[in-house]
Design a protein around this ligand. Structure first.
Ligand SMILES: Cc1cc2nc3c(=O)[nH]c(=O)nc-3n(C[C@H](O)[C@H](O)[C@H](O)COP(=O)(O)O)c2cc1C
Length: 164
């Protein structure tokens, strides 16, 4: 892991591998972020790594592809504050939006995205929520899955339905 990116002394990682399919990246983002949050909860630190890693040791069978890696270990720090977009920039939030929606958007803004791009838009109509991904940028489908994970955990699954 150490060779290309900002990573030092990192030898453990989770390789997210699956059968090639159109929605693999989104599913990898959604379930991978659950692993990330569990690891962080256990006192470990993590970082999604799409590009800046060396060759992975994972076994990739025929018909499968390695979507992305998650670096895993004890960080020198627990992370640093970063810039974030505002709720109004990434959703149709209003003063009178339901509390669960506000919490979902807040949780989505805490989610990691590739190069901190935060290119998504969360729309509430009735009790249905739709998340649109950005048009141009790296790893937008993985980001989308990660955002869905965070929104769901922040908002509470019982409060809304996904549109479509
Ligand atoms: C899908 C995805 C891919 C990423 N790929 C890389 C990468 O290749 N190299 C890297 O150093 N960081 C990578 N990151 C980490 C992001 O740059 C980082 O999560 C983002 O800047 C937000 O910072 P935070 O995680 O500290 O909140 C990636 C993050 C995501 C979500």
């Amino acid at each position: 892991m150490a060779r290309y990116g900002k990573f030092e002394g990192c030898s453990n990682y989770i390789a997210l591998i699956g059968t090639k399919s159109k929605d693999l990246d989104e599913r990898v983002g959604y379930y991978g972020e659950h692993l990330v949050l569990k690891a962080q909860e256990l006192g470990l630190n993590t970082c999604w790594v799409a590009l800046t890693h060396g060759k992975s040791q994972a076994v990739i069978n025929k018909g499968e592809t390695e979507a992305i890696l998650i670096a895993l270990g004890y960080g020198k720090t627990k992370g640093n504050p970063r810039r974030s977009k505002k709720a109004e920039e990434v959703s149709n939030i209003q003063d009178d939006s339901p509390e669960w929606f506000k919490k979902g958007v807040e949780a989505a803004l805490l989610a990691p995205t590739a190069i901190n791009q935060q290119k998504f838009f969360i729309e509430l109509g009735g009790n249905k929520v739709k998340i649109k991904k950005g048009l141009v940028g790296p790893e937008l489908n993985v980001d989308l899955g990660i955002i869905k994970c965070h929104f769901e955990l922040g908002a509470g699954k019982e409060n809304f339905e996904w549109a479509e």
